[in-house]
Design a protein around this ligand. Structure first.
Ligand SMILES: NC(=O)c1ccc[n+]([C@@H]2O[C@H](COP(=O)([O-])OP(=O)(O)OC[C@H]3O[C@@H](n4cnc5c(N)ncnc54)[C@H](O)[C@@H]3O)[C@@H](O)[C@H]2O)c1
Ligand SMILES: O[C@H]1[C@H](O)[C@@H](O)[C@H](O)[C@@H](O)[C@H]1O
Length: 334
């Protein structure tokens, strides 16, 4: 079966996913697109021989669309995901599932009311081979019981519309999910440290930030978010266990020795760092839809990450340690 996919949001990652579905993935094709910027949607539709729809709601309702990929701006995700659930259609939502836990809760409630799992959330680190090896090392007991996790998430620069809360909701949300997934347990408290601000930022932004988490079993995880680091797109993660450590390798790049120096390029964009992970993520989603099942991060994972993100934002503003009020996971998501 070929899965007929409708894509809502044809900006950076939406157009990237459209290209990947057409050129790299098997078993799916983009038949419909929609974007607030209708000219952009029309141009992309013409390029891939799809139909452009004036609104996301009309795309979701179209009978030719089997499944929907939502890649519009984060505050619009919940509305479209809820529309897909009401229509009984599988939906892949780019991260975050929604920008607040309350909106994610509506999605989780609607999915349970629909009676079957239809949502996958775009936490693509779970599809990256380096992260998968790190997870396998932890699960296999190679470093003993985990004690600490150190994460670094750096972007070269942030646009002016990026504000201090987005360091959590848009950026650290990746690490929040990765830490839950790596440890297979929930986070219970958070504090946010605010170092001296870099001069190379828009005036309103607190950059960098350091988030400090504690897990159910007492593992401590720190996440440095620094979105104006200037030099590149740099993602690091190291787990420290009772008998060893495991850390992501730096992305393979040619090492050049010349003029008494050794140099190696640093990736500049998320596309460069995670292209293969995105390919695997979207392929696994298409395969799951074709087989009428779900895989990958669920709506519950999107919700749990948002509960942690809400507490992190609260901690940013309070300066104190905030507890994370995580509800018990319903059996529906086991
Ligand atoms: N997984 C990742 O690493 C990753 C990387 C980049 C972006 N993202 C996520 O993907 C989403 C999009 O990010 P982007 O970088 O492509 O942004 P972008 O600004 O490049 O594109 C967003 C697109 O959404 C459209 N849009 C805005 N409101 C809309 C609405 N109500 N209905 C339909 N379309 C609407 C805009 O016109 C634009 O074309 C965000 O949620 C972002 O967090 C994830
Ligand atoms: O939406 C993007 C994307 O998720 C990137 O992977 C992350 O590094 C950025 O900070 C974020 O703004």
């Amino acid at each position: 079966m070929t899965v007929n996919i409708g894509v809502i949001g044809t900006g950076s990652i939406g157009s990237d996913h459209i290209r990947r579905i057409g050129e790299k993935c098997r078993g799916g094709r983009v038949v419909a697109v929609s974007d607030l910027d209708q000219e952009r949607a029309a141009a992309i539709a013409a390029r891939v021989d799809a139909k452009a729809f004036p609104s996301g709601a009309e795309l979701i309702a179209n009978a030719e669309v089997d499944a929907v990929l939502v890649a519009s701006l984060a505050p619009t995700h919940a509305e479209y995901v809820l529309g897909c659930l009401a229509a009984g259609k599988p939906v892949f939502s780019e991260k975050p599932l929604a920008t607040t836990a309350a909106d994610c809760e509506r999605v989780v409630a609607a999915e349970q009311a629909a009676g079957r799992r239809l949502v996958q959330v775009g936490f693509m680190r779970r599809f990256d081979s380096d992260y998968r090896q790190l997870k396998a090392a932890l699960d296999g007991g190679e470093i003993g019981d985990p004690l600490m996790i150190h994460c670094v998430h750096r972007n070269p620069f942030a646009v002016e519309s990026y504000h201090s809360e987005m360091a959590t909701t848009d950026t650290a949300i990746h690490e929040i999910d990765a830490i839950r997934w790596l440890l297979d347990e929930e986070l219970t408290s958070v504090q946010v440290l605010t170092p001296r601000k870099t001069s190379r930022r828009h005036a309103h932004l607190q950059d960098p930030q350091i988030m400090l988490y504690a897990s159910d079993s007492g593992v401590r995880a720190d996440v440095e978010v620094f979105v104006n680091c200037q030099y590149g797109y740099d993602i690091q993660c190291e787990a420290v266990g009772e008998t060893g450590t495991a850390r992501l390798p730096d992305p393979a790049r040619l090492s050049v020795r010349s003029q008494a120096r050794e140099t190696r390029a640093v990736p500049q964009t998320w596309q460069e760092r995670f292209t293969t992970a995105f390919d695997v993520e979207i392929q696994e989603w298409i395969d799951a839809v074709a087989e009428d099942r779900t895989s990958g991060p669920s709506a519950w994972d999107g919700y749990a990450a948002a509960v942690i993100a809400d507490a992190t934002v609260k901690a940013l503003h309070s300066g104190g340690i905030e507890s994370i009020p995580m509800p018990a996971r319903p059996g529906f998501y086991d």
